[in-house]
Design a protein around this ligand. Sequence first.
Ligand code: DGL
Length: 222
Amino acid sequence: MSDSHTKAKVGVFDSGIGGLSVANAIRQALPELEVVYVNDATHVPYGTKSPEELFGFVLPILQKLVDDGCKTIVVACNTVSTTIIDELRRAISVPLIAMEPMVKPAAEQTKSNTIAVCATPTTLASKRYAWLKETYAQDVKTLEPDCTEWSTMIESNQVNHKRIEQQIHDVCEAGADVIVLGCTHYHWIEQEIRETAKGKALVLQPEQPVITQLRRVLEQLS
Ligand code: DGL
């Protein structure tokens, strides 16, 4: 039997290349898995689309991953996770692992009582994000820089470095000492953001907690 037949198959999904950074991190941490990465090149970017539109795009893609034998799927997209994860969980027969902005850890770690959340407009407008802030960061000042263009710039490899550095600089100047990367596309510019924020703000993104959660889910399934 070939190796691919014995490895547990896991799906990783995103609108575009954000999910690829997550798939790479999972492959590195859990080489015993077969990681199938899929994106939605037709409809990327998702960050400005409505939850209704997203559901129509995402459901058939996740169903195909299930039909192809994935035991679980990492929804490596904050935009999808914060808007339609409940509906998707009702429709899809395998566990879905969601990725959402790390508001709780950011609120726990800030010393200046100011955090910055970088995320897409649809994520920032979601009920889930409002709930995260209300529940974990009620007394924390939460800055939300305008990242509307970021995923498109990253997807097309045309990053306006100056602009991003300026925005990160501005949130640090405004007192943020924790910056949350609330969109998986931004993982590709994490180093640049860390460099800009060095000595001023921590940068959080959820790859490691997601890997821990994936391990847990796979153990339960075995
Ligand atoms: N990478 C996705 C997220 O985490 C979506 C970005 C986009 O397609 O606009 O939100």
